[in-house]
Design a protein around this ligand. Structure first.
Ligand code: N01
Length: 896
């Protein structure tokens, strides 16, 4: 429909007795109530609409037996008013649904909120009136609403999923949905009850239903991880920090990763012995706290499939010890997803319930449901007669609740369903381009369900209301995200999702639970604290990514993307910036070496490899040290001669140790990391000549080193990439050694500082332009700089070994690396490039810090294996021997 027609029709309707307010809010749950309170205080006329009969949102509807929160209730509370905090005391560590509902009622009364809430009212359409710059909302109950701003506080899990099973209408017994549980008492005593679904709702309700029912049959499609809640009063340990410093405690939660103030684990799994890991696990298990188990075991549990698998083994052990029948225990043990990638559950007696004589577990993976019949449930093997069926089958999460309040028609007649046809598009999870003055609280693209919702809701509400106040004060009447900002946010969301393991499971986080729904990790995986700082940065950068307009043509548009760096690179650079370090070059050569050594000493130890051997090889002026990394697999292995980074001045085998270990493991090859001579003690061409000599010696002694005879490979990072590239040219020109391939990671290839990457990334990304000037000055006199032994881009490029060249977007060396790749290509050398977006010079060598570098290293390893003629990792033949590790390997492969 033409814009003008939409606007005209909406204007007409607006004239016909609509309720006129500044802001309309949908939903009277946690978010809607706080919104109403804040908007009112800010002087906005506001109405809240909710289809429920009272306040509570999700806690109004989810009244099934056993319903409780699963974040400790002291954390799952409003924090905006210390008086309110003092006025309410939770009776249990995990409050029941009735208690949470009472709390929300108490809040509504305390701030006199109900008078502006229209209950039992559903919005049937929302249309942006372009001429009036207002939203018109039609409802199923009473007057329509005309509002300047429209805020969806609809929650993330409010729209139950249809049963998706044939024959539901034929069933003659009672049917209940956990997400729409009746308000009256549901008689289950003496009944034969079926529960379909084993997510949080099923796992909470099954033990309670089992106690009441004569017979309970649980239909499980996918087993889930569940941890015992150990409910009771909140522990003194948990309360103490709150009582001592309430404001400080709340602030820590706001800046934490998941909205609960627990510092992240720092030790990685391979730094801990089996006994130490078990001790941590048992302690965590005893706390009865999901957040502890999800974040406190070891630093790699949520980002690395192998680190996660160690935890999964311990969790499965717990299931085996709780469930008497081994076959039932096996059916209840998850095997298809890493722990935490699917929302784990908190239970009370869940596993032990399967020891009861009146409980049966049906594995739908072995006997899928065919249909529901008049008398019960029919699988492809059996029929189960039941009196009651409980659907604990979950929700159309994140987008479902928003799309349920439809149609939503934005600027130019654009429909939100069309815009989201291939998945939700948002800026910050808060707004959508083309839908002015529409906001979502905890929408897709915000931390929402991966966080303590109470903390995320308060942050969103504060941010939105503060923006409305600022816009009003500045005379703007519309706020709208730009397309550029929205596209940038989508990229950032994907980058963030690559850090975690969420993308490796079929869950409601990814839309996989709803047939036909577009797939993709919907919540923001970058953490609550980082997200908050990004939202604040949007404001401090003049509402970056937003267009604001007002009467008489007032307009402000500061277009752009708020985050272009990879999320972990951003954290590292922010941390470095916060340290206010003097420039490295100001330390002098030895001072810089000492500083880097000290810095590296704080890193986690690298991952274990089969063997590490230190040795020496004969150099031009005396022995050169090397460190050899041997894989744990039987040899002989191909050998990679590796040159560390450090501008020909700094670094040693220790500085690139994590990278060498990682690549040794990934490639299954020997890495020989060579300590070439450094400037200023040994200037050009010492490093280049050492590189060549080392490569020749390694090739000549391959068999003694346990390597495969034949061609070697070379690799290097930064100045080491320069040495690797030069070594290939020298080997070609000096008759050997034979080199099968070269991996050049952020290499120096040329002495020019004129390329745009030197200007774009001159400062702020650790390797600065002035540091590069300093390195060059120390290593090489100006007259020598065009020599191909230091500027290989200026040498002959034909006849060189195939190359894999990695460059990083935010690196002064980016463009010379690309130029070298293009030069090789033009000279007929097979070359593959990885132009890594959002990365900086050190992204790939900060092995266990910059997790988004993993996929790059996977590609580098595959390239090296290809050069050496080895099959791709996935084609290796040892998988069948280790079924458990096989899952982890597949997950790892998918992660790559
Ligand atoms: O829903 P779910 P939920 N045939 O999607 C199965 C929050 N929550 O309501 O995994 C057979 O997790 C489905 O199987 P599968 C919490 O964030 C919080 O339990 O798709 N089975 C799964 O087992 C939670 O994660 C609390 O193979 C079918 C189950 O039904 C979220 O809400 C309490 C099926 C659905 O599990 C959702 O939890 C409760 C079919 N056709 C919920 N369709 C707190 O404690 C689905 N399933 C705060």
């Amino acid at each position: 429909m033409l814009d003008v027609k939409v606007a005209a029709r909406a204007s007409e309707a607006a004239d016909s007795g609509a309720q006129q307010v500044d802001v309309a809010v949908v939903g009277a749950g946690f978010a809607g109530l706080f919104l109403l309170h804040r908007l009112r205080k800010a002087g906005f006329t506001t109405v809240v609409l909710d289809s429920a009969g009272d306040v509570g949102g999700t806690w109004y509807w989810n009244r099934y037996p056993g319903a409780r929160c699963d974040i400790q209730t002291v954390d799952y509370s409003y924090t905006f008013d210390p008086e309110l905090e003092r006025a309410w005391t939770w009776s249990e560590k995990y409050a029941t649904q009735p208690e949470i509902l009472r709390y929300l009622g108490f809040v509504a009364d305390r701030y006199d909120l109900r008078r502006d809430i229209r209950f039992n009212t559903k919005i049937t359409a929302a249309t942006w009136d372009e001429a009036a710059e207002r939203w018109l909302l039609t409802t199923n109950n009473g007057a329509s609403v005309s509002c300047r701003h429209y805020i969806m506080a609809t929650g993330c899990l409010s729209e139950p999923k249809p049963p998706e099973i044939d024959g539901v209408k034929d069933f003659k017994g009672e049917i209940y949905f956990t997400g729409r549980w009746p308000h009256h008492e549901v008689p289950l005593a003496g009944m034969r009850v079926a529960v379909i679904g084993t997510g949080s709702s099923g796992i909470q309700s099954i033990p309670v239903i089992a106690e009441q029912a004569a017979q309970l049959t649980v239909f499980q499609r996918t087993p889930n991880f569940a941890l015992p809640a150990h409910n009771g009063p909140t522990s003194a340990d948990r309360l103490a920090p709150l009582q001592q410093d309430l404001a400080g405690f709340r602030e820590q939660a706001r800046m934490s990763m998941v909205g609960v103030p627990l510092p992240p684990a720092t030790e990685v799994s391979w730094q801990l012995t089996d006994a130490e890991r078990r001790e941590r696990f048992e302690k965590g298990w005893a706390t009865g706290d999901l957040v502890v188990m999800l974040t406190q075991m070891w630093a790699d549990q949520g980002v690395d499939a192998d680190g996660n698998a160690l935890l999964v083994d311990l969790l499965r052990e717990k299931i085996r010890s709780a469930v008497k029948d081994p076959a039932t225990a096996a059916t209840l043990s998850p095997t298809d997803h890493p722990f935490g990638s699917k929302r784990p559950c908190l239970d009370t007696n869940y596993y032990a319930t399967y020891n009861r004589p009146n409980v049966t577990l049906v594995n739908l993976r072995q006997e899928p449901i065919v249909s529901i019949t008049a008398t019960g449930i029919k699988t492809d093997k059996r029929s189960f007669d039941v009196d009651v069926i409980v659907f604990a089958t979950g929700f159309d999460a994140m987008t479902g609740a928003i799309m349920a309040v439809h149609p939503i028609t934005g600027r130019g007649g654009k429909s939100l369903s069309d815009v989201w046809a291939h998945g939700p598009q948002t800026y910050l999870g808060l707004t959508v381009a083309g839908f002015p003055n529409l906001f979502m609280i905890t929408g897709p693209g915000s931390p929402s369900v991966l966080s303590n919702m109470a903390v995320s809701i308060e942050q969103h509400v504060d941010w939105v209301v503060d923006r409305l106040i600022a816009a009003r004060d500045a005379g703007f009447t519309t706020i709208e995200a730009t397309e550029t900002a929205q596209a940038g946010w989508a990229r950032h969301l994907t980058d963030c999702s690559m850090i975690t393991l969420h993308r490796l499971a079929n869950t409601w986080y990814t839309g996989a639970n709803v047939p036909g729904k577009p797939q993709g990790v919907m919540p923001y995986c970058g953490g609550v604290g980082p997200y908050r700082s990004i939202c604040n940065e949007v404001v401090s950068q003049g509402m970056l990514g937003f267009q604001l307009t007002g009467p008489k043509g007032a307009e402000q548009c500061n277009d752009g993307e708020i985050v272009r760096l990879q999320p972990d690179v951003r954290l590292v650079l922010n941390m470095l910036a916060g340290m206010n370090l003097p420039p490295l070059e100001s330390f002098g050569a030895q001072g810089a070496r000492d500083f880097i050594a000290q810095f590296n000493a704080t890193r986690p130890a690298g991952r274990p490899v089969g063997e590490i051997v230190d040795g020496t090889l004969p150099g031009a002026e005396g022995p050169l040290a090397y460190r050899l990394y041997r894989p744990a697999t039987p040899g002989p292995h191909p050998i990679v001669v590796y040159f560390h980074g450090g501008g020909w001045v700094l670094g040693d085998s220790q500085s690139d140790d994590p990278f060498c270990r990682d690549m040794c493991r990934r490639t299954g090859m020997i890495f020989v990391s060579v300590d070439y001579r450094h400037a200023p003690e040994h200037r050009f061409p010492a490093a280049a000549e050492d590189g060549y000599i080392a490569a020749r010696w390694v090739a000549d002694h391959a068999a003694e080193l346990g390597g495969r005879p034949g061609p070697i490979l070379v690799a290097g990072w930064s100045a080491g990439g320069n040495i690797a590239a030069v070594t290939c040219q020298l080997a070609r020109d000096r008759g050997g050694p034979r080199i099968a391939g070269q991996l050049l990671l952020n290499p120096v290839t040329d002495c020019s500082f004129e390329r745009p990457s030197y200007t774009d990334n001159a400062t702020g990304y650790f390797l600065t332009r002035s540091l590069m000037y300093w390195f060059w000055d120390i290593y090489c006199a100006p007259a020598d700089r065009t020599d191909p032994r230091v500027s290989p881009l200026r040498g002959q490029l034909g006849g060189l070994p195939p190359a894999f060249i990695v460059t990083s977007e935010f690196d002064p060396l980016r463009d010379e690396g690309i130029a070298y790749a293009e030069g090789l290509d033009a000279a007929g050398v097979p070359v593959e490039q990885l132009q890594a977006h959002g990365h900086f010079h050190s992204s790939f060598t900060m092995v266990d810090v910059v997790i988004t570098g993993v996929s790059g290293r996977v590609r580098m390893a595959e390239a090296l294996r290809g050069f050496a003629g080895l099959p791709k990792q996935a084609e290796q033949g040892d998988q069948a021997a280790q079924p458990d590790r096989n899952v982890s390997r597949q997950i790892n492969a998918a992660a790559g």
